[in-house]
Design a protein around this ligand. Structure first.
Ligand code: GKR
Ligand code: MG
Length: 417
C-alpha cells in the first residue's frame, strides 16, 4: 500500500511569453504569470498542478502548504477545511470579483489527484468517475491583437489582427494548424460595427463553424438587444454580453440564443440568483476558480439538474492546466460545447515533450497516456520560466496599464459600447 501522506508542497511562480492580445480590459502583457504546484508524497511521488501566478495567489499557496503536510492526497475535504482556515474564507482580491479560496484549493487539489493517480497507477479521468468520451473538442480562441508589444519591434507569427480580413486569416491559421470546428471571438474591444463585420466575415468564410462572441460585459443592454436580430442564426451562444446577472437576464429574455457566462456565475452563491432570473443558459466552468476537479464535476451535475448547458473557460495557460482540463472534460458526461483554450497562443511549455506533448486532431485532444494527469515536469524549463518571473518584474496581471503603453489616453470602460 503506497504511503499517500503529503511530505512536501512546492510552489514555483513562472512567467511565459504571451502575445499582445486585446480584450475589453486592455492588452495582454509580454509575460503571463502562472504557479506550478508540486505535491510530494512520503513515497516521493510528485503530483502536479498549475494555476494563477499573481502575487496574492503565490502568497496564499505558500502560506497553506505547510498546513497540509501529513494529510493524505485523498483528503479533498481536509484540503478544503484547512484552506478555509488558513486563507480565511472569501476575499475580494483577485479581479475584485471572485474569491481567492477556491482558486487556492483548486491549484493544490489537481496536484493531489495527480499524485494519487501516479501512486496508484490510475489516470485522473478514472479517478473522476470514468471516461465518457475519447476525444475532447476545443474551440479556436480568436483575439484581435497588436503586431508587437509596446516599445518592441519584434512581431509574432500571428501579426496584427484588427480588420475582418486579418481576423479571417487568424481563424484560417488556427483551423489549419489545429483543426478546430468552433470559433470564439473575443469582443468588447472595437466599436460594435467593426466586431460585427469581423463576425460576419468569419461566418462567410466558415459557414459551418459554430461561432461565439464574448465581449466580457463590454456592451450596454440596449446595444446587445439591438444586435440580437443580426446574431440570431449566426452564433451558437452569446458570452457575457453585458454587465451582471440582472442585465444579462434582460438580454436572455429577448432571445433564443443561449447566453453563456464565465464572469457572473463563478461561485456557488451565484447559481441561485442566475437560475431564478434565467440569466444564462450556458455555464462556462473552470476548475481553476471553481475549487478544483471534484467541485467542477459537482457543478456539471448541478447544471444537468437545472437544465443548463456546460462549456469550459480558459485563461493563458500551459500544459499541466491543459491536461487537467482534458481529463475533466473527458469525465464530464454533459459537456455541451467545445472547450475554450488559449493554448495555441503560448509558445513556452513546462512539461516534458514541450509543445509536441499535445497533438490536436480535428480540434480535439485525447486524454494523455499514463497515470495521473499523464504529464511530467521539465525541470530545466521550470527553472528558465521561473527566472523569467524573477526578471520580468510583473507581479500581477494589468491589461489596462499595458494598453495605455500602446494608447496613452485609453480608458477602461465596461460596458463600453
Ligand atoms: O485572455 O484576454 C483574455 C481573456 O479575456 C480572459 O482573460 C478571459 O478570462 O478568456 C476569458 C473569457 O472567456 O472571458
Ligand atoms: Mg468569457
Amino acid at each position: 500500500m503506497p504511503d499517500l501522506r503529503i511530505q512536501d508542497i512546492r510552489v514555483t511562480p513562472i512567467a511565459f511569453y504571451d502575445p499582445p492580445l486585446l480584450n475589453n480590459a486592455g492588452c495582454h502583457e509580454p509575460f503571463a504569470l502562472r504557479s506550478i504546484i508540486e505535491v510530494e508524497t512520503e513515497d516521493g511521488v510528485i503530483g502536479l498542478g498549475e494555476s494563477y501566478g499573481v502575487q496574492e495567489m503565490i502568497a496564499a499557496l505558500n502560506e497553506l502548504a505547510p498546513h497540509l503536510v501529513g494529510m493524505s492526497v485523498t483528503n479533498i475535504s481536509g484540503l478544503r477545511a484547512r484552506a478555509a482556515q488558513v486563507v480565511c474564507g472569501e476575499t475580494t482580491g483577485y479581479s475584485g470579483q471572485e474569491g481567492l479560496l477556491p482558486r487556492v484549493i483548486g491549484a493544490i487539489e489537481v496536484a493531489m489527484w495527480d499524485a494519487l493517480g501516479k501512486a496508484t497507477g490510475q489516470r485522473v479521468v478514472d479517478l473522476l468517475g470514468g471516461q465518457v468520451r475519447e476525444d475532447v473538442p476545443f474551440a479556436a480562441y480568436l483575439f484581435y491583437k497588436f503586431k508587437s508589444h509596446a516599445g518592441q519591434t519584434a512581431t509574432d507569427p500571428w501579426g496584427e489582427v484588427l480588420t475582418p480580413e486579418q481576423l479571417v486569416g487568424e481563424a484560417q491559421k488556427m483551423v489549419d494548424q489545429f483543426g478546430f470546428r468552433a470559433l470564439k471571438l473575443k469582443g468588447g474591444i472595437l466599436p460594435v460595427e467593426d466586431e460585427m463585420a469581423g463576425l460576419e466575415a468569419l461566418h462567410a468564410a466558415f459557414p459551418d463553424a459554430p461561432l461565439r462572441i464574448d465581449p466580457n460585459g463590454g456592451w450596454h443592454v440596449h446595444t446587445a438587444l439591438n444586435l440580437l436580430p443580426r446574431l440570431t442564426g449566426m452564433i451558437e451562444y452569446l458570452e457575457d454580453p453585458t454587465l451582471g446577472i440582472e442585465a444579462n437576464a434582460v438580454v436572455q429574455a429577448a432571445t433564443e440564443i443561449p447566453l453563456a457566462t464565465n464572469m457572473y456565475v463563478v461561485a456557488e452563491k451565484h447559481l441561485p440568483p442566475a437560475i431564478r432570473q434565467d440569466a444564462f443558459r450556458v455555464i462556462l466552468s473552470d476548475h481553476h476558480y471553481w475549487g478544483g476537479l471534484m467541485a467542477s464535476r459537482h457543478l456539471a451535475r448541478i447544471c444537468e439538474i437545472w437544465g443548463l448547458s456546460l462549456g469550459m473557460h480558459s485563461n493563458s495557460h500551459l500544459g499541466i492546466s491543459l491536461a487537467a482540463m482534458t481529463h475533466l472534460a473527458a469525465a464530464t458526461p454533459n459537456l455541451t460545447y467545445d472547450c475554450d483554450t488559449h493554448y495555441p497562443w503560448q509558445t513556452d511549455e513546462v512539461i516534458e515533450g514541450g509543445k509536441d506533448a499535445f497533438r490536436f486532431e480535428n480540434g480535439c485532444l485525447t486524454v494523455p497516456e499514463g497515470p495521473g494527469l499523464g504529464v511530467t515536469l521539465d525541470r530545466s524549463e521550470l527553472k528558465r520560466l521561473h527566472q523569467n518571473y524573477l526578471d520580468c518584474g510583473i507581479l500581477t496581471r494589468n491589461d489596462r496599464a499595458e494598453m495605455q503603453k500602446h494608447q496613452p489616453d485609453w480608458q477602461f470602460a465596461r460596458p463600453r459600447y
